[in-house]
Design a protein around this ligand. Structure first.
Ligand SMILES: NC(=O)c1ccc[n+]([C@@H]2O[C@H](COP(=O)([O-])OP(=O)(O)OC[C@H]3O[C@@H](n4cnc5c(N)ncnc54)[C@H](OP(=O)(O)O)[C@@H]3O)[C@@H](O)[C@H]2O)c1
Length: 322
């Protein structure tokens, strides 16, 4: 089958290990199902994989991709949940110490077919296209959990989203607005700031800029470059929820004094549960909220999408179709 896969790693030139071509058809184990991929979306995770972060050398070649929507073996339209927990695990799948994401231990979604445990598919509402549904399992699910589970945010609360242009960040802005929050966003780029306003942000400022008020919560995916600003933007007792560190994991100043003196809370967040993915698809079905899709490309042109992400030239999600 056709697949987009990592053949080798390079931290400086991640695209050098990217390959497009034939890979063996996957064979489902007992209790697993084969999903025919109709659409898959790109995440920063796929670039990290090509850099050798989170993926082991002995697992190569590895088909990339966490997100897909397609048809299960019975022809049902489904969305794939990318968090593969141990068969014996019964609780919150994101807390299973043995969990992995598709494309880490098991082959990923950027292919004609992907095999997953049967419990890792959720029904795709008919109102969502395959392209839209393919945006949900990683970026949108992560945003949903950050805001409403880990952040515990309620209508009327205020939130700052750092780095407005990203896949997770655009999801955070749209979901926060749909959830009745007052939404602030930062971006390094004026065009992206304007687009964030169109997407639902109430106010935007340049990265590191002063907000008109302190906020109840900050949603962090940028990391070192925005960390200090995130802590400074919080009200006393506020919460920063962090799910990524695109610009690096080690901020110059950690400002622990600010954390304890203002009684700030720092909470991590990773992906989301199958139940949260179900709730998210329901939310989109009833609300009409839809992901911002930067571009849709045939999977054969996946390299163009990877390049755009590596260069930060995107606003929203990049989707590949079969
Ligand atoms: N823990 C999880 O489960 C989970 C799930 C999904 C993603 N993540 C992580 O979250 C991060 C974002 O993922 P994504 O897929 O949304 O990536 P993405 O689409 O590539 O988004 C990256 C965004 O970060 C901002 N940014 C990058 N470098 C920056 C810098 N030096 N200073 C300020 N802003 C910067 C940019 O915003 P502007 O250009 O607008 O400034 C950019 O649009 C990644 O690190 C990813 O690994 C984690």
């Amino acid at each position: 089958m056709f697949a987009v896969y990592a053949e080798s790693f390079s931290s400086d030139d991640p695209l050098s290990g990217l390959r497009l071509g034939e890979r063996p058809d996957p064979k489902p184990d007992s209790g697993w199902t084969t999903v025919q991929v109709k659409a898959a979306s790109l995440n920063h995770h796929d670039l990290w994989s090509l850099r050798g972060v989170g993926l082991k050398e002995e697992a190569l070649p590895m088909i990339l991709g966490c997100d897909a929507a397609g048809l299960d073996e019975d022809g049902n339209e489904v969305v794939v949940h990318a968090v593969i927990s141990d068969p014996s695990w019964t609780g919150d799948e994101t807390l299973d110490p043995k969990r992995s994401l598709l494309s880490e231990r098991y082959q990923g979604t950027l292919a004609d077919k992907v095999v997953v445990p049967r419990r890792n598919v959720v029904p795709k509402p008919a109102s969502l296209s395959f392209e839209v549904a393919a945006c949900l399992p990683t970026a949108w699910l992560t945003a949903y959990r950050m805001l409403f589970t880990q952040g515990g945010l309620k209508p009327g609360d205020s939130v700052l989203v750092q780095g407005a242009g990203g896949g997770v960040a655009t999801a955070l802005i749209a979901l926060a607005r749909a959830g009745g929050l007052r939404v602030f966003a930062t971006s390094r780029d004026e065009t992206k700031r304007q687009r964030a306003l169109e997407l639902g942000a109430h106010e935007v400022v340049e990265s590191g800029g002063r907000l008109p008020q302190r906020v109840d919560a900050v949603m962090e995916t940028v990391g070192a470059a925005t960390w200090s600003h995130s802590l400074k933007s919080l009200r006393q007792g506020g919460i920063v929820v962090i799910s990524g560190a695109t610009s690096g994991p080690n901020p110059e100043r950690t400002e622990l004094n600010r954390v304890f003196f203002l009684q700030l809370r720092v909470v991590g967040s990773t992906m989301g549960t199958r139940a949260e993915l179900g709730a998210l698809t329901e939310l989109l079905d009833v609300s009409g909220v839809r992901p911002v899709i930067d571009r849709v490309l045939p999977m054969e042109q996946a390299e163009d999408g990877f390049k755009a992400m590596a260069e930060g030239e995107l606003f929203g999600k990049i989707v590949f179709t079969r």
